[in-house]
Design a protein around this ligand. Structure first.
Ligand code: ARG
Length: 391
């Protein structure tokens, strides 16, 4: 029997995929990466087997995800189109790496995924597999089958007695991990309307958030968050803890009209409290510790980095080279940042660093200034010279 390794999430699409592949004569081995997802391992196993899989691998990859993937984009300040912290996009290359490993272990020649032909995730999975294991053949049931919409998939699932939940996760398409939740489809497709109250997954609405602010102090060492409120915390725990704090304070919701790789514009809402808190604090520390020219160049790198991750180009030489730049400048990014979280806002209130480039005796308008203001006149003459020449 032909053997296929299916990237399995437990949701409607991949549940239908399992059955569809079975019906086409494949032995289906599922793989689920636990990156902070909805289903427990026992639930996932039950669902995969009920859907026709012969076996399932479930791996808790949160540590690797946090240290190798999340951290890289945090240091790079990579945010796509200003509003998306790339939570889903970051998980794909990691999942692809494990799919390729398991395929080799199981002697399978096929990989399958439950992505549609309109989305980014197909690109991310397949380009990653092309790079890591070019001999594997990819099957994308959603690009081939004749189930035209989610309603038809639900009907197919019911007909074959597949396990589906009739909860909101079937109305919307949701992808969840510790770096954020992505929600699309259903009522969200009407871009003229506010997201319905039930569409956000776990971050509170600012209208019902607490009336007092939460205070968080983050400490970074060379760009890596290591302590929260004075307590040392591992990265996964720290992210999960910040997600809870941020969600209570209504922090981390965004609503984005985004540009997909295939050229479609789509609307997606995101919830990523920890990511926004960490990006805000990290950026603040960079502004305190890095010189102006480095910051200007870093902005270019951040935008490019975000595009690469979004476009499925994680395992590329360019990405590696950008990492080298980002890591080099992180050597100064050590210190503490204090933030207030209040009704959807993240406000930086304090910052400090042994590598601070802020010198009060230069900046001060008060007594004790060490800045020789007479030098400014000559500086401005030279600064303006090229533009006077244009007249
Ligand atoms: N638009 C996001 C991306 O391309 C998320 C895609 C998956 N979203 C979802 N709701 N299943 O990374």
């Amino acid at each position: 029997m032909k053997r296929v390794i299916l990237a399995y999430s437990g949701g409607l699409d991949t549940t239908c995929c399992t059955q569809w592949l079975r019906q086409r004569g494949f032995e289906v081995i599922c793989f689920s990466a636990h990156l902070g997802s909805e289903f427990s391992p026992s639930e996932l196993k039950k669902r995969a087997i009920m859907s026709g899989a012969s076996k399932i691998y479930i791996k808790d990859l949160r540590e690797e995800f946090a240290h190798k993937y999340i951290l890289a984009t945090l240091k790079a300040s990579a945010v796509y189109e200003g509003k998306y912290v790339l939570s889903t996009a970051l998980g794909r290359p990691l999942i692809a790496k494990y799919l390729a490993n398991i395929a080799q272990q199981e002697n399978a020649r096929y990989i399958a995924h439950g992505c549609t032909g309109k989305g980014n995730d197909q690109v991310r999975f397949e380009v990653s597999i092309q790079i890591l294991a070019p001999k594997l053949k990819i099957i994308a049931p959603l690009r081939e089958w004749d189930l035209a919409c989610r309603e038809e998939e639900i009907a197919y699932a019911k007909k074959h007695r597949l396990p589906i939940k009739t909860s909101m996760s079937e109305i919307y398409s949701i992808d969840k991990n510790i770096w954020g939740v992505s929600i699309e489809g259903g009522a969200l497709e009407d871009i003229h309307k506010k997201p319905p109250p039930n569409s956000y997954f776990f971050v509170k609405s600012p209208h019902v958030a607490k009336n007092n602010s939460a205070h968080v102090e983050l400490e970074f060492q060379k760009g890596i968050p290591i302590k929260v409120n004075g307590k040392t915390m591992g990265l996964v725990k720290l992210i999960e803890w910040l997600n809870e704090q941020g969600a209570q304070a209504a922090v981390g919701r965004t609503d984005l009209i985004e540009d997909r790789v295939v050229g479609i514009k789509s609307r997606e809402i995101y919830e990523a409290p920890a990511a926004w808190i960490l990006h805000t604090a990290h950026k603040e520390l960079e502004h305190l510790t890095l010189d102006r020219e480095t910051l200007i160049f870093k902005e270019l790198v951040s935008a490019r980095y975000a595009q690469l991750v979004y476009q499925g180009l994680w395992f590329t030489e360019l990405k590696k080279s950008l990492d080298a730049f980002v890591n080099a400048i992180q050597s100064r990014v050590t210190g503490k940042v204090s933030l207030d979280l209040y009704k959807g806002n993240i406000t930086v209130v304090r910052r400090s660093s042994p590598n601070a480039l802020y010198k009060r005796q230069l900046a001060t308008y008060g007594k004790g200034s060490k800045f020789d203001q007479r030098l400014a006149e000559g500086f401005i003459q030279l600064w303006g010279m090229p533009y006077r020449a244009q007249k």
